[in-house]
Design a protein around this ligand. Sequence first.
Ligand SMILES: [Zn+2]
Ligand SMILES: [Zn+2]
Length: 146
Amino acid sequence: MKVEELHAKVGYRLSGRAQRYTEVRRSIVERLSRSGRPLTVPEILSSAKSVPLSSAYRNLTVLLEAGVVRRVAGTDDQGRFELAEDIAGHHHHLVCEGCGTVDDVPSSTRLESVMDEAARLAAEEQGYDVWSHRFDLIGLCRQCQG
Ligand SMILES: [Zn+2]
Ligand SMILES: [Zn+2]
């Protein structure tokens, strides 16, 4: 997605909640969109040093409530954030149990059809109506293996 398209989408979503798309919010969204993995608040701030921590949390909360950003579960209690899937696109995560890093894994048509079949089976057994999935692979990243 082009960056103008991204900003238009986010701006529209914020205006639906009577929220302005401020400079700080734009820089958070751009940082997340460029990163290729979910980021902690200190990581988000590393590219926007002029933004105070309290302001970062406040703005992140607004973006979370507007459905622009979502919180990603890792293996530690550090909060990590990424753009919502309907903005960034569907993908999966690799989660490192050593350092806690979470990486994005792009999905493929083949993997998605396997996941859909698995979801259909599980849903059938539980009498559940399923329309989406989250798929995290847990292990050790290259650095933590070494
Ligand atoms: Zn690691
Ligand atoms: Zn998937």
